[in-house]
Design a protein around this ligand. Structure first.
Ligand SMILES: C[S@@+](CC[C@H](N)C(=O)[O-])C[C@H]1O[C@@H](n2cnc3c(N)ncnc32)[C@H](O)[C@@H]1O
Length: 384
């Protein structure tokens, strides 16, 4: 293919619809903006790490020199509709500004006021994200220039060497598609009667892992081209400590309860067995060793931090009532995905009400789950 055509094709490929849903917006009780405080708390728990990272590892002088001006460009990948994204990017901008002020106070070179960096923040999400809702709620007092960038973060969405810091919160565990083998009746990985790999046989987990490798491989390749040399990539998303099974976590238990609720509806004849067999959640919770392997294969990044951090689960502390909050949070995050496959509001109410009921019945077991935290992977990489 001619280079120009190939380039156009590459840019267009990011606009394809993935299997992962966008978050609920609009006038809906499961609107993500009103049901994402758990994600916000998780990100707040890792703020001190990001502060330390920017203060100690970000080579601001080099980055601004590399950018050829005084604009510092930040991307939030998988921003959704707010408000968490604004909270997260404001924190980053504030920290980089502080770093600049500190640099100026301690540096021998006197800076003229006009050389203070200006910030441009790119809000990226899938094409069908409600960008209008996002733009309408942009903080009026912000001290950065804002732009929306539609397209899948598994592919290129920015020009070559254009970003100084790319950040992604609670998003990188979404796969671009359900692994095809898990809905293939002829495959040993056919996930009959199940909606995820947590409580499924090993070939199912292997198929999910292979899909994550493909997607995260593409994600890292794209970022390695988009970040300037010395630029940083910070990812925070649900993962698992090495050696732990997904079924040993609260998230695993909650997904299992949703699965049981759908199974009940199949038994009652409300849903077809096929509908259940053909439905799988496109999310994967990697272990640190898997991410490390992918970073090493990519070869373009130095690894600054790659570990599991485990904020204590407030849902678990609250007992059964808090656990049912999981079902609401899951619905806010996945309603579109369930609706696309199972149908409208009424059936979704039945699925999630049933899941809440199952969670209540099993609260004791879930509270005693092996993993009492919400394990997150914190990954900080520097472009070589
Ligand atoms: C749980 S929300 C997280 C939103 C926000 N970062 C936060 O911390 O609240 C996950 C977001 O990732 C987005 N997402 C999933 N797959 C994506 C992809 N391939 N490319 C871009 N965004 C994606 C979804 O559309 C969704 O808005």
């Amino acid at each position: 293919m001619e280079p120009e055509k190939e380039k156009k094709k590459m840019m267009g490929s990011s606009l394809l619809q993935t299997d992962s849903p966008t978050m609920v917006s609009g006038n809906n009780s499961y609107n993500y903006a009103h049901n994402s405080s758990a994600q916000r708390k998780m990100m707040d728990s890792v703020r001190p790490r990001t502060e330390e990272l920017i203060a100690e590892k970000l080579d601001l002088e080099r980055l601004l020199a590399a950018g050829g001006g005084n604009t510092f460009r930040v991307a939030d990948l998988g921003c959704s509709i707010g408000p968490n994204t604004f909270h997260n990017v404001e924190h980053i901008v504030q920290q980089v500004r502080q770093k600049y002020n500190h640099m100026m106070m301690t540096s021998a070179a006197a800076a003229s006021p006009s050389s203070a960096p200006e910030f441009q923040v790119f809000f990226n999400d899938q094409v069908n994200n409600d960008f209008n809702a996002l733009f309408r709620s942009l903080p009026p007092e912000r001290d950065y220039f804002a732009a929306g960038v539609p397209g899948s973060f598994h592919t290129r969405v920015f020009p070559n060497s254009s970003l100084h810091l790319a950040y992604s919160a609670s998003s990188a565990h979404w796969l671009s598609r359900v692994p095809p083998e898990v809905v293939d009746r002829g495959s040993p990985a056919w996930n009959r009667g199940m909606i995820h790999y947590g409580s499924a046989p090993k070939p199912v987990e292997d198929a999910y892992r292979a899909q994550f490798r493909k997607d995260m491989g593409g994600f890292l390749r794209a970022r390695s081209e988009e970040l300037v040399s010395g630029g940083m990539l910070v990812l925070v998303f649900p993962g698992l400590p090495d050696g732990m099974l997904h079924s040993e976590t609260q998230a695993g238990s909650v997904i299992y309860c949703v699965n049981l609720s759908i199974l009940d509806l199949v038994r009652q004849g409300v849903l077809e067995e096929d509908q259940l067999d053909n439905f799988n959640l496109p999310i994967y919770f990697p272990h640190p060793w898997e991410m490390r392997e992918l970073v090493e294969e990519n070869q373009c990044f130095s690894c600054i931090e790659l570990e599991v951090v485990s904020p204590e689960s407030t849902w678990l502390q609250q007992g059964g009532v808090g656990l049912r909050g999981w079902a609401v949070a899951m619905r806010a995050g996945m309603e579109e995905l369930f609706a696309r496959h199972f149908g409208g509001e009424e059936i979704l109410d039945r699925i999630f009400d049933g899941a809440s009921q199952k969670i209540a019945e099993r609260a004791e077991v879930i509270m005693n789950t092996k993993c009492k935290e919400l394990p997150l992977l914190y990954v900080a990489l520097q472009r070589k």
